[in-house]
Design a protein. Sequence first.
Length: 290
Amino acid sequence: MAIEMGSPSADELGDVVRVMKEWQDDDVPVQLHPGDVGWYWRFGAERTAQATRTWSRAGEVLAVGLLDGADLLRMAFAPEALRDEELARQVAQDVSGRGVLPEGEVSLEAPMSALIQNVLGEDGWESGEPWALLRRDLGAPVPDPGVDVELVGPEQAHEWAAVLRASFEGSTFTEERWHAMAAGVAYVDARCLGVRDERGEMVAAVIVWSAGEGRTGLIEPMGVHREHRGHGHGRAITVAGARALQELGSSSVVVYTPSSNAGAVATYRSAGLEQVSERRDLRRCARRAP
Ligand SMILES: CC(C)(COP(=O)(O)OP(=O)(O)OC[C@H]1O[C@@H](n2cnc3c(N)ncnc32)[C@H](O)[C@@H]1OP(=O)(O)O)[C@@H](O)C(=O)NCCC(=O)NCCS
């Protein structure tokens, strides 16, 4: 049976998220997580649907791609399809030829063990920016974060949005985006948390995304207000996120961050996550004129 690429409607995104959850197993390489789709949902259901592609055989979804920005496709595969040659070749063809990604310099994120890495490598794609994968097993107890942790709901959304803007350079996050995200189907399994300083100002923010009982959970995003760094808030909010995932039944917590983000890597380590591997995006450079 041939592999077919599809673009789900907003109504069909729930099915895509459900399938992706089943792929989040600690024995499978860490890859695009339903929480990544949930975080993208801050732009609304329509835009999330427009950014999503599926590849199926006989109606069964075997791979999902999320266009996370104009020039980056992030991918997840059904565990049994990671080395499926027909699928890898069709994805490679669609990515380059059917307008999934634009002309010029583009990147694709996929597990290092996925066959698409080899196929695109043969086509001249090169390895791009290194990302550190950090992980903590949640089978053992997670210590108390040592601070009061707040579950953020609609009432605190404006404060949480302000912390996120003050954490990430160039962030455009708003309260409206929080509400759009929280209305998404993936958010059902998420927890948005905040930590305040002694004056009551929210200073640290995290969202953790469960993929269900016994499955891998994700941190996305995590940040500390730039004027409140170096006081242990990053470690505390990360530990709080890990505990929330443990309560939700996750088997582990994972996060990807650019290897160059020394502060983030140090903070995750300090919160008990270990760097387990490094992944590189695949990058297709702009074609030079002959
Ligand atoms: C990364 C970040 C969350 C750290 O927050 P923070 O409150 O300053 O971190 P903490 O005070 O809890 O520090 C935790 C540990 O990391 C270390 N650390 C923090 N920032 C560091 C830096 N820039 N370089 C080296 N080490 C750093 C601390 O020394 C501490 O180590 P220790 O536990 O061994 O003593 C914050 O800088 C931030 O929000 N950055 C921008 C957003 C971001 O990159 N988020 C993560 C990626 S999704």
